[in-house]
Design a protein. Structure first.
Length: 159
């Protein structure tokens, strides 16, 4: 179950949703460390408290994992040895829902994929945030994997 609407950013704030990428090789490390990262400095714009997804782009199907909440500002090499140093712009995350869920990227393509470049946008803003969260709530399935650290560090909003 996703967080209640009262927990989304206030209307006076600029609601944002972030999409960080991973592969089958980096996904478990991200989840076990409660850490996600980016190769470029776009992540410096991340605001703690907003939601994020982890996009696994490995074949056969690109999937979004979530729902997570950003729990720190972006720092350069917060954990130096994470992912072999490939993603130096890093933020800490925590679970924002009672379980990790996954959903095919195709369900979100009309919102988060840039029509011209065909690339996934890393920062989703405005009404698109609510649309993404609604699609995720209606379409996502419980992720079957086990993640060591994330379960014990889970903080479900309202608790």
């Amino acid at each position: 179950m996703l967080p209640e609407n009262k927990l989304y950013p206030k209307p006076s704030e600029k609601p944002q949703l972030y999409v960080f990428s991973c592969s089958d090789e980096t996904q478990d490390e991200s989840l076990e460390r409660n850490l996600i990262g980016a190769k470029t400095d776009w992540a410096l714009k991340v605001i703690p408290g907003n939601y994020c997804f982890l996009l696994n782009y490995s074949p056969p199907e690109k999937t979004l994992l979530g729902l997570f909440r950003v729990s720190s500002r972006c720092k350069y090499n917060l954990v130096k040895n994470a992912w072999g140093g490939m993603f130096p712009y890093q933020v800490k995350i925590e679970m924002a829902s009672s379980e990790i869920r996954k959903c095919p990227l195709t369900k979100f393509s009309h919102i988060i994929v840039d029509r011209k470049s065909q690339r996934v946008q890393n920062i989703i803003e405005g009404v698109s945030v609510g649309e993404c969260l609604k699609i995720f709530e209606e379409s996502a399935l419980i992720y079957p994997g086990k993640i060591k650290n994330l379960e014990k560090n889970r903080r479900v909003p309202g608790n």
